[in-house]
Design a protein. Structure first.
Length: 365
């Protein structure tokens, strides 16, 4: 397994090689077979000469540090082909090739609801984030957020105070917990839940990393609850990404006099679900959360989705904004005619709708 993991780390270390490119490469060859390919074969996979050289002659310091990091108790590196890699996240466009996890990686396969919001939230907003998280975990739903100050931190705290499980996705490496004020909280989270990052463990926080973190937060979750958000905030980025990924977006209504509620109120105007209780959220997210609530989940969450939803990869890439057939075919790496047949079946089942410019997810889907 260490040999396979090393080749995954080599792929992750190749410069300017994103998740979509990696997915296409491994659909042709397992990572450990890449070293047996000729340069011409690697070039045919889309790799430049610089990238081929980086793959063949990686920075051993980076590889060895990662392998040593994963040897420590409670630390895990999950590749896209690892059975513990979360199914929902795997379905998004450009899924992270590797996830670095501290804590229990099995919780990533559980039904998750993301709670996000302002770093400068009002006392009411902080109280609501805590209360909603506490009630969600009482219904066996994992609360996922970004460990930021404000709403994120209160959501994690509410889940822990409720005796439940929470997942924190970081915009830094797991050895560089940010913000520093939440290091103790991070230690508590990994006792029962998990800390997650796609970055090398020693990576410092950078502004460019946080939108990438946000796509993982929404990608892991069946839905995103925005508690409070200003008009220009990372929470709105998370909500937009959730819509693109076909996830439900919920928002708590706030006072028109609260500048930190203008973004969440705007989401409601744009079609996000206005919710006032956990029950309203759970009734909408449907099958996955419902199975957890009833304590009758004999299958893994991934199996539930596969059993309940046809063409899950395609469905995961149809969101609230229209996407044309050609784009969906490219994302799913399927022929256009095959995607059209799948979309027709999804439309007949009421899961997607044809609109000018392509297809969108319906409320039911």
């Amino acid at each position: 397994m260490s040999g396979e993991l090393e080749w995954w780390l080599r792929l992750a270390a190749v410069p300017r090689l994103g998740g979509q490119a990696v997915s296409k490469i491994i659909s042709r060859y397992p990572p450990h077979q890449l070293g047996k390919l000729e340069d011409t074969q690697l070039a045919a996979l889309g790799l430049s000469q610089t990238q081929i050289k980086a793959l063949r002659y990686p920075d051993r310091t980076t590889i060895d540090k990662c392998l040593a990091w994963a040897d420590e108790p409670g630390r895990h590196i999950l590749s896209l082909t690892d059975p513990r890699y979360p199914y929902l996240l795997k379905q998004i466009s450009g899924a992270p090739p590797l996830l670095f996890v501290e804590g229990n990686p099995d919780v990533l396969m559980s039904p998750q609801l993301a709670i996000v919001g302002s770093r400068h939230a009002s006392p009411d907003g902080l109280s609501l984030a805590h209360a909603f998280a506490k009630e969600l975990v009482s219904q066996d739903v994992v609360v996922t957020s970004g460990l930021a100050l404000g709403i994120d931190g209160r959501a994690h705290r509410g889940a822990l105070d409720g005796g439940g499980v929470t997942v924190a996705v970081l915009g830094s490496g797991l050895e560089r917990v940010y913000p520093a004020a939440h290091r103790k909280l991070a230690d508590e989270i990994k006792e029962k839940g998990a800390l997650v990052s796609e970055l090398w463990p020693w990576s410092p926080p950078k502004p460019a990393f946080f939108p990438r973190r946000n796509r993982i937060i929404s990608g892991l979750s069946v839905g995103v609850l925005v508690v409070e958000a200003a008009l220009k905030s990372g929470s709105l980025i998370t909500a937009r990404l959730a819509l693109e990924q076909g996830r439900d977006v919920f928002a708590l209504p706030g006072s028109i006099h609260n500048p930190h509620a203008k973004g969440s109120n705007g989401l409601i105007k744009q079609g996000a679900y206005l919710v006032e209780s956990v029950e309203e959220i759970l009734s909408q997210v449907g099958t996955l959360a419902g199975c957890a609530i009833n304590h009758q989940l004999d299958m893994s969450p991934a199996q539930v989705l596969q059993e309940q939803l046809p063409f899950p990869e395609l469905l995961a890439n149809v969101g609230n904004e229209a996407r044309c057939v050609d784009v969906l075919a490219e994302i799913c790496d399927e022929p256009v005619h095959e995607i059209m047949m799948q979309l027709l079946e999804l439309e007949l089942q009421g899961l997607v709708s044809a609109v000018p410019g392509g297809y969108v997810r319906t409320r039911r889907g």
